[in-house]
Structure formats: structure tokens, C-alpha cells
Write a protein that binds this ligand. Structure first.
Ligand code: LLP
Length: 434
């Protein structure tokens, strides 16, 4: 359920007409509904209420400070993957105990910053990383809290770019090496061996892969127990899909939780009162945001009708990158006009710059506003300055009010970090020997 709804044929976010935001902020812009974010978070938390847990919102899905702050105030923790994301959660005042750090390539500086801040858990993906964390923690006179991310070799049945739990993927420790790595980790003096982590992919629309992965992981936990390695945390990652298309409904978070808890409840991990960690991203933020754009031109090609927007693949890359489907809605609904099949595209100089191909749509006209649905996750965070286009504004709606929570970037800001090659001055030497 979300709070993007039509009232008298005008699309609202909560109680604010999107048209009003467009007038004040200009287009394109991302618009987030705070109430939807909080609702999604609460549905997720309630689903796991019967088991000790920590929900760590995956910051990469939407890292806007206002979004993070709204979730933090609901009780969320955070799953981070970089020093930059650590700085964001620090900025909103989130204590270290609510932060887990994932990712295959953590740099020394990032590890040190996280140790300094005292995060809850490093999800470690290789022996080399284990050794590096041990070394850095030793230098700092600390013990690093670690979990090993296990690759269970389970097919998540999702787009290949966002599948992570297969043997051929770069993620996690191979299942069959896990035991020896745990033994090694248990010997390293500056580590506190606390958990097991597993994330198999994103936008999963079936429960079986989650359950298969959990079964494999529980077997491993049992083996570890027999060796006297008793882990306190089981992190099952994120990955639950959302409806992008009407009529195609992934499992509700309640069913997802039921399926996982059914496996877990009889486990010795539960008997030992272990805690679950979950890292949902998309299921919380995806349908809490839209991208609003304006139609610049309508063009009748030889084969196709093109609706050309002022937003492009640099603003929302999901269709180009994953062939992702996003529902497109008119911000003002008019009836009585025939729908037309069209391609909806952006202004970028690439044929991959599209939002929809051959889509049956209301007859948009030049100047109309259009909302790209389900853009609250992996929308703004994956945007870029390609074609030297400033990143768009982000707006948060709370009830009948809205606020710009990230200003539209300016061209001056884009250029500010660049410079020409310095001119040679008298007395300076030149490598080029000119
Ligand atoms: N935990 C880990 C370790 C992850 O790698 C991810 C996502 C998550 C949690 C959150 O997954 P979620 O609940 O959002 O599915 N850019 C792609 C999605 C990439 C997902 C990367 N990892 C897209 O736009 O579909």
C-alpha cells in the first residue's frame, strides 16, 4: 500500500498534488512519501515481531538523509556498503550498534572508520578481508565484530545483474570453504566471531530461493555448533521483490517472514536465542517514491510514436540497465481520449535511454507531467551526471506539507571539481621536456 493516489483525477502524494510540487520545484524531481516509507517499515517489522531481530535498511536503495532519518525514527538500523554511507548514517545520529557493514571490497580506511565508530557487525566476504580486519583492529587495540557472508549457491531466479547467491557470483565465501574460514577466523585474536550472513539477490518474487538458502545456512550453523562455534547473529540480507506491474504481486512481507520463521523456529539457533538481522531495501523504499518528469516533445517517428521527457537514463537507469518495467502515470488524468502505443524516452544520446517501449498510454501532450512509479529504490542513488546533466531535486512529503530534501544540482556544482591542466609558470619544470 502506498500514498500516491488520484483525487479528482490529479495525482497526489499524501495530501499534496504533484503538480504543485512541480510548479514550485521544477522538473524532474524525485518525490518520496514519508508515510509510505514508515508504513512499509512497520509492516516489515511486524512480520518478524515473534523473533528477536534488527532491521537494517539497505542504504544503497535510497540514501537521502531525510529518508534515513524517517526510518531511523521508526527504529531502523542500517546496512551500509561504503565509508560514504557510514558518513550518512553517522550524520543522522544512528549509533554504531544499529549498523552492519557489507560489501566485497571494503578499503582499509573504510574498515578503520567503521571500527572507530563501533559498528555492530562486519559482513566479511573473504579470507583476505578477515585478515585485514584482524590486522587493523589489532593496530587500533580493538576487537572487530564479524560475520562471514556465505554464498549458498542458490538460484534466486531474478535478473542476472542483481543475483548474488550463485557460485559464479563474486559475493560471499564459497559454501564448502565456510567451515575452514570459520576455524581460521576463530583463531584470529582481534576478531569477535559473531555471525553468519547470506544475501542471494534482489527483486526476488518467489519464496523458495530464500527458504533453500536458509536451509543450507542452518545446516552450516549446526556444523559450527558441533565445533563449539556458537554464533549470535544470523543476517539473511534483503532481496524481497515489490510489485512494479499491476497484477504481478511478489509475496507480502508477512508471507516472507512466515516462510523464514517456519524454518528457524525449530532450529537450535532459535533455542539459543540467536538474533536475526534483515537488510531490506527495495521493499521499504521502492514504492514510496516516484520520479516526476515533464513531456518536452511528442514525435511521430516512421515506426513509432515517441514521448520525449525531460528526465533520462542518468536520472533513472533501471530500464536501461535491467530492462526494468516501471508503471507510468499521468499526473493529470483526462478521460474520453483514446490511448496510444508509444515509446517513452529521455533526452540522452543513447538508444538505451528509455522508460518504456511500446507501452499503451493515455494521450500525453507536450507540457504534461508524468510520474514514473516505484522509483524510490535504486532511483536517485544510481543517478549520474551523464551528458553533464545536474542531478534532480528530491522532495519529501509529510501529510499536507512537502520539503526539498536535496536541492537540484547546478551546472556550476558539476564543474566545480574540474580544472584545466595547469599552465607552466617560470621556474617550474616540465616532465614533458618541452
Ligand atoms: N544486502 C545486501 C548485501 C545487498 O547487496 C543488497 C542489495 C541488499 C541488502 C538490499 O536488497 P533489496 O532488499 O533492496 O533487494 N540496483 C539494482 C538492485 C541492486 C541490489 C544490490 N544489493 C536494481 O535497481 O534493481
Amino acid at each position: 500500500m502506498d500514498h500516491f493516489i488520484y483525487r479528482e483525477n490529479r495525482l497526489f502524494c499524501e495530501q499534496v498534488p504533484l503538480e504543485r510540487i512541480a510548479q514550485e520545484v521544477g522538473t524532474p524531481f524525485y518525490c518520496y512519501s514519508e508515510q509510505t516509507l514508515c508504513h512499509h517499515y512497520q509492516v516489515f517489522v511486524q512480520a518478524f515481531a515473534s523473533f528477536p531481530h534488527l532491521i537494517c535498511f539497505s542504504v544503497k536503495a535510497n540514501s537521502n538523509l531525510a529518508v534515513l532519518d524517517a526510518l531511523y525514527r521508526q527504529g531502523a538500523g542500517f546496512d551500509i556498503v561504503s565509508g560514504g554511507e557510514l558518513a550518512r548514517v553517522q550524520r543522522i545520529g544512528c549509533p554504531g550498534e544499529r549498523i552492519v557493514f557489507s560489501g566485497v571490497g571494503k578499503s582499509s580506511a573504510e574498515i578503520q572508520a567503521a571500527l572507530q565508530y563501533g559498528i555492530r557487525l562486519f559482513n566479511v566476504e573473504s579470507l583476505a578481508e578477515l585478515r585485514r580486519i584482524n590486522h587493523l583492529a589489532g593496530q587500533m587495540g580493538r576487537k572487530a565484530p564479524v560475520a562471514l557472508r556465505i554464498n549458498p549457491d542458490v538460484d534466486p531466479q531474478t535478473h542476472p545483474h542483481i543475483s548474488t547467491g550463485l557460485r559464479r557470483n563474486k559475493f560471499g565465501v564459497p559454501y564448502h570453504q565456510a567451515l575452514s574460514l570459520y576455524r581460521e577466523a576463530a583463531r584470529l585474536p582481534h576478531l569477535e566471531l559473531l555471525g553468519l550472513d547470506c544475501h542471494i539477490g534482489s527483486q526476488l518474487t518467489a519464496l523458495d530461493p530464500f527458504v533453500d538458502a536458509l536451509r543450507r545456512v542452518l545446516l552450516l550453523l549446526n556444523t559450527l555448533e558441533k565445533e563449539g562455534i556458537l554464533l549470535r547473529y544470523l543476517d539473511l540480507g534483503g532481496g524481497l521483490g515489490i510489485p512494479y506491474e499491476e497484477g504481478r504481486l511478489p509475496p507480502h512481507p508477512g508471507l516472507y517472514a512466515d516462510a523464514l520463521l517456519a524454518e528457524l523456529s525449530s532450529s537450535s539457533f532459535a533455542a539459543r536465542q540467536g538474533s536475526l538481522i534483515l537488510e531490506p531495501g527495495r521493499v521499504i523504499a521502492g514504492n514510496a517514491g516516484v520520479l516526476v518528469a515533464r513531456v518536452e516533445y511528442i514525435k511521430q517517428g516512421e515506426e513509432k510514436l515517441f514521448i520525449i521527457l525531460d528526465a533520462g537514463m542518468n536520472d533513472l537507469i533501471r530500464p536501461a540497465l535491467y530492462g526494468a518495467y516501471h508503471t507510468l502515470l499521468p499526473v493529470e488524468r483526462r478521460f474520453g481520449q483514446e490511448e496510444r502505443v508509444a515509446d517513452v524516452v529521455g533526452p540522452i544520446c543513447e538508444s538505451g535511454d528509455f522508460f518504456a517501449h511500446d507501452r499503451l498510454l493515455p494521450p500525453f501532450q507536450e507540457g504534461d507531467l508524468l510520474a514514473v512509479r516505484s522509483a524510490g529504490a535504486y532511483g536517485f542513488t544510481m543517478s549520474s551526471n551523464y551528458n553533464t546533466r545536474p542531478r534532480v531535486a528530491e522532495v519529501m512529503v509529510r501529510g499536507d506539507r512537502f520539503a526539498v530534501v536535496r536541492q537540484r544540482e547546478t551546472i556550476a556544482q558539476i564543474l566545480a571539481n574540474e580544472s584545466l591542466f595547469p599552465v607552466q609558470t617560470a621556474g617550474s619544470t616540465s616532465d614533458r621536456g618541452v
